[in-house]
Design a binder for this molecule. Structure first.
Ligand SMILES: *[C@@H]1O[C@H](CO)[C@@H](O)[C@H](O)[C@H]1NC(C)=O
Ligand SMILES: *[C@@H]1O[C@H](CO)[C@@H](O)[C@H](O)[C@H]1NC(C)=O
Ligand SMILES: *[C@@H]1O[C@H](CO)[C@@H](O)[C@H](O)[C@H]1NC(C)=O
Ligand SMILES: *[C@@H]1O[C@H](CO)[C@@H](O)[C@H](O)[C@H]1NC(C)=O
Ligand SMILES: *[C@@H]1O[C@H](CO)[C@@H](O)[C@H](O)[C@H]1NC(C)=O
Ligand SMILES: *[C@H]1O[C@H](CO)[C@@H](O)[C@H](O)[C@H]1NC(C)=O
Length: 439
C-alpha cells in the first residue's frame, strides 16, 4: 500500500490523540440555572452564539435520551442472546439469529449517534467560560476597582522618558536587526537590557523559591489540546477571521502543537491526570518561560517598543490548591480569561507612555482547568477536583518599560542615564554598563 501522505493539520482542526481522558464538565451545574449561565456568558462578552445555553440543554437531553434507548436496546440484546441459546428448533433458531443481528446493528448505530452527540455537547460546554466570582466587578476594563495604590509619588508624564527613546539613545534596542531577523514586535535586547532581563528573572525566581515555590523549567511548546483545556483557544473567537491568539507549529506525528502563550499551560500540565495527596497541597511552582503572543499589535495598539511584543520572557507562579486553601490573590468580568473566576492585576505608572500599564496579573481558575486536565486530590472524604491559581511574577519587557521610564535621569532636558533599583544588584551578570547606576 502506498504510504499515506502526512496530513497537515489545520489550526482549527487539531489532531488530538492524547491519552488523558476527556474533560469532565459539570453539566448539572451549568444547566441547573440556565439563565445564570447565559448571564455569565453575556457579562464576560464572550463571542458565543446567544442561544448557546439553550443549545447545551437540547444536546444534554438528546444525549440522555439516546443513552436511555441504548440501555433498553442493550437489555433486549441480552434477552435475545439468551433466547438464541435456549432455542433448539431450526426455524426458531434462524429467527433468533436474525433478531440478535438486528439488535446488534441497532446498538452499534445508537452508540455511534450517542458518541457524536456527547462530542458536540463537550465542545459546546467546553466553549463556555468559568463562572465569574459574584464579587468580581461586571463589565469592561474601566470598571476595575482599585484595591490599593502604593510606591512613591508618580512622576509627571513626559515624552522625554519614553522607553524606546531612552533605549535607542544608549544602543540597547536594535529594531533594524529585529526587522531583519524576524519582524517588528520581535525585539532584540542589547547590553544593559539583556543584563536587566537576567537580573529580573533571577530576582523573581529567587523570591518565589524563598516563598516555597519549586523552580521548574517548562517546555515552551505545548499540545493545542492542552492549551485549550487550560482555556486558550487558537483564535480569539469563532471563525477563520478571528484574530489568532497562538502560533501553531508544524508538528511531528499525531499532535498539533503550539508555542506557549504563557508558562501557565505547561505548568498546569505538570499535574494533569494525577491525584495528589491532601498533604501535598498546596503544590506550588515557579517557572521561567517564553511567552508567544500572535495577537500583539493586532488591534493597532502599542505597536511601538516593548509594551506589546510577540515574544517575551515571563516568570510565572502556579499553584494547585484545595477549594478552601488559598490566600487572596479585581478585574471585571470581560477581562477574565475563559478559565478565570476572578483576576487581580497590578499596574505600574509609565511616565513616558503617560499611562498606567499592567505588569502582573493573578487569576483564580477554581476547578475549570482541573476538570479539563484531571487534576485531583484525595482526602479523608474522597477524591476531588483541585483548584488552580496562576500569576505573573515578572513579565520582563513590561518591567523594563516601567524601570526605564521611571529611572531615566534627566539633566538640562536630556536623558543622561538610567537609575535602577539596587535590589537587582545581587542578580546582575557582568559589569554595570555605562549610563546605568543603582538607586
Ligand atoms: C491517565 O490516568 C488513567 C487512570 O489513572 C490511566 O489509565 C492513563 O494511562 C493516564 N494517562 C496518561 C497519559 O498518563
Ligand atoms: C444506562 O446504563 C448505565 C449502566 O448501567 C447507567 O449507569 C446509566 O445511568 C443508564 N442511563 C440511563 C439514562 O438510564
Ligand atoms: C460598569 O458597571 C455598570 C454597573 O454594573 C454598568 O452599567 C456599565 O455598563 C459598566 N460599564 C462598562 C464599560 O462595562
Ligand atoms: C477562588 O474562587 C473560589 C470561588 O469563586 C473561592 O471559593 C476561593 O476561595 C477563591 N480563591 C482565592 C485565592 O481567592
Ligand atoms: C492566568 O490564567 C488566566 C486564565 O487562563 C489567563 O487569562 C491569564 O493570562 C493567566 N495569567 C498569566 C499571568 O499567565
Ligand atoms: C467554574 O466555576 C465553578 C466554581 O466557581 C465550578 O464549579 C464550575 O464547574 C466551573 N465552570 C465551568 C464552566 O467550568
Amino acid at each position: 500500500m502506498a504510504s499515506k501522505a502526512k496530513a497537515k493539520a489545520k489550526p482549527n482542526a487539531p489532531k488530538t490523540k492524547i491519552a488523558i481522558p476527556p474533560p469532565r464538565l459539570d453539566y448539572a451545574r451549568l444547566l441547573s440555572d440556565p439563565e445564570a449561565t447565559a448571564r455569565n456568558v453575556r457579562e464576560r462578552a464572550m463571542p458565543l452564539p446567544s442561544d448557546v445555553v439553550a443549545e447545551l440543554g437540547r444536546l444534554r437531553e438528546q444525549a440522555l435520551s439516546l443513552e436511555t434507548q441504548l440501555n433498553r436496546t442493550r437489555h433486549e440484546q441480552g434477552l435475545a442472546s439468551a433466547s438464541l441459546r435456549d432455542t433448539k428448533d431450526k426455524d426458531g433458531k434462524a429467527a433468533a439469529v436474525a433478531r440478535a443481528r438486528e439488535l446488534k446493528e441497532a446498538v452499534q448505530a445508537l452508540e455511534r449517534e450517542h458518541r457524536e452527540v456527547e462530542d458536540t455537547l463537550l465542545r459546546v460546554a467546553g466553549s463556555l467560560p468559568n463562572f465569574s466570582n459574584p464579587a468580581a466587578p461586571i463589565g469592561a476594563e474601566e470598571n476595575a476597582t482599585t484595591l490599593e495604590t502604593f510606591g512613591p509619588e508618580r512622576l509627571p508624564a513626559s515624552p522625554l522618558r519614553d522607553h524606546v527613546d531612552v533605549a535607542d539613545r544608549f544602543g540597547w534596542l536594535d529594531n533594524a536587526a529585529s526587522a531583519i531577523a524576524t519582524g517588528t514586535s520581535w525585539p532584540f535586547l542589547l547590553g544593559a537590557l539583556a543584563q536587566l532581563e537576567h537580573a529580573l528573572v533571577g530576582y523573581a525566581v529567587d523570591m518565589a523559591a524563598r516563598e516555597g515555590f519549586t523552580p521548574v523549567s517548562p517546555p515552551d511548546v505545548v499540545a493545542v489540546d492542552i492549551a485549550a483545556r487550560c482555556g486558550f483557544q487558537p483564535r480569539d473567537g469563532p471563525g477563520e477571521d478571528a484574530p489568532r491568539q497562538t502560533y501553531t507549529i508544524e508538528s511531528e506525528g499525531e499532535r498539533q502543537l503550539c508555542l506557549t502563550g504563557t508558562a501557565e499551560v505547561p505548568l498546569a500540565a505538570l499535574w494533569a491526570n494525577r491525584t495528589l495527596g491532601a498533604d501535598q497541597m498546596p503544590a506550588r511552582v515557579v517557572g521561567v518561560g517564553k511567552a508567544f503572543r500572535a495577537e500583539a499589535g493586532a488591534r493597532g495598539a502599542d505597536t511601538r517598543g516593548l509594551y506589546r511584543v510577540h515574544q517575551f520572557t515571563k516568570v510565572e507562579l502556579f499553584a494547585v490548591t484545595t477549594a478552601e486553601q488559598n490566600r487572596v490573590l479585581d478585574m471585571p468580568t470581560q477581562e477574565l480569561g475563559a478559565s478565570a473566576a476572578r483576576k487581580y492585576d497590578m499596574e505600574a505608572w509609565m511616565p513616558g507612555r503617560g499611562k498606567w500599564g499592567e505588569i502582573t496579573s493573578t487569576s483564580n481558575c477554581t476547578d475549570y482547568q482541573a476538570r479539563r486536565l484531571h487534576i485531583r486530590y484525595k482526602d479523608a472524604e474522597g477524591t476531588h477536583f483541585a483548584h488552580t491559581l496562576n500569576g505573573t511574577a515578572a513579565a520582563v519587557p513590561r518591567l523594563i518599560v516601567a524601570l526605564l521610564e521611571n529611572g531615566a535621569k534627566i539633566e538640562d532636558g536630556e536623558v543622561t542615564g538610567v537609575q535602577l533599583p539596587r535590589v537587582l544588584e545581587r542578580y546582575w551578570v557582568g559589569n554595570l554598563p555605562e549610563h546605568v547606576e543603582w538607586k
